[in-house]
Design a protein around this ligand. Sequence first.
Ligand code: B12
Ligand code: SF4
Length: 451
Amino acid sequence: MRIYLVSPTHYDGSGALHKTTRYWTSGITLPYLKAITPKGHDVELVDELMYDVDLDRECDVVGITAMGPQIVRAYDLAREFRSRGRRVVLGGTWATLTAEESLRHADAVVAGEAEDVWPELLADFSEGRTKGIYRARGGWRSLAGLAPIDYETLPLLKLQAFRESALYRMYFHWPVIFSRGCPHPCEYCAVQTYYQRSYRTRPVDDVLEDMQRIKALGGNRILFLDDNPIARPDAAKELFRRMIPLGLKWASQSTVNMARDPELLDLAARSGCVSLSIGFESINPESLHGIKKDFNQAGRFREDIAALRAKGIQVIALIMVGLDGDTPETFGRTLQFLLDNKVSFLKLFTPCPYPGTKFHDDLVRAGRILDGNWARYDYGSPLIEPTGMTTGQMMDGFKHIYESFYSLKNIARRFSPPPKGQLLESLAYVVANLKVNRYLRSHERAWATIS
Ligand code: B12
Ligand code: SF4
């Protein structure tokens, strides 16, 4: 069969499609689905963030993935394709956690990991039938020997630009996966919900093989697409130790626990870690308790950030505002904390109740969800009624922190001095901060989409 795999973009505040001509990394969901597609099928892929989806493409099956607010566009695309006689499959985090709803928009839904059910689904489609929801079964499969993706045709990689431009080579981060899942209990999190708090790592040899393939293409900047690559510290230490001779630079998400294990942190830095996105979420212990993220221990953040900066690692802070336990007074303290500790980059979130999570279910029961339009389930929309402030105060505080954090004065303050060593990285971060400063001033709803 001819299979067309699509990663949709999302609609911006004005209802237009959010597009870009350049992106700092690329997803691997579609290349990986292509890699696990049984032989004999013809697979094409498109990421709508950068390219247009061809609604009239001659094909037998359209497979659509979706993250967060992209789900609304995914449903719209599904409708368009089905009206043209194509059969549509939806998969990914959102479709998994709302499988029954998603099936109303498609001929089939893959709920959970696709490895074992995708071939079965395609076989059914070939024979003109569908079972509706194809749920991954048989427990969490081993991650040894995952099908290798074709790195040269990553959907958002501009290979020509990569070959020709040193700036693009600094900008583009090659995606690699070390682990899947996360064992922590954070109640708002779609990841632990999807993976049911399971956690698996790939054999280090397999990961190094991916890195060698990237190096062979001239790449030396890696982005781990993991949510928590250090949940098994011994496995992470083995990986980092063996990465040292490769001489790569890498970035990742991580829990703050990275800063609390000196051996792990040292190996991370020596293996080329230059920046980490860390879900601090709140400086308020009570707010962390409310979302079951007590392991973060806000009282240690100051020391943690200092430890990371001392290793030359740029800290990207992920912070939620408007949690239960927050009051209008929390905004000022949060901003002060970010400035005093010289955080390099900030992503703010208003609480987002992703359907399927306990956080969502509790808020539905409490009647506190303000908006059921999935298109608004982005980083910065008022989706839940806060308890310690009005919704207006939450949004004003959100904008105030962003504006102040990215003001020219505070950019200068945060990078004086920059994290130890890695001066070129710091310079790149200053440029990124200046870009955000400009972007925030020129885009009304930029707050909701920084990623
Ligand atoms: C890497 C990543 C990114 C990268 C790459 C994005 C991309 N386009 O691929 C970056 C950092 C850019 C990113 C951005 C965003 N992300 Co993101 N991202 C992830 C992350 C960490 C890993 C996803 C991944 O690649 N996994 C590896 C692949 C192989 O696994 P997979 O995608 O799950 O696919 C498997 C199955 O799910 C299934 N499957 C998936 N799709 C489909 C489709 C079909 C047809 C089939 C058959 C099967 C199938 O098959 C695969 C093999 O088993 C996840 C967290 C997570 N662990 O899922 C968040 C996550 C998916 N992202 C999320 C969000 C919200 C976003 C943003 C919308 C945030 C924002 N507001 O900007 C943006 C969207 C940007 C964009 N336009 O793409 C949320 C989604 C929440 C939800 N309930 O939907 C997650 C769960 C993070 C979270 N903590 O909540 N993201
Ligand atoms: S630590 Fe991060 S990935 Fe893990 S459950 Fe909490 S929010 Fe989710």
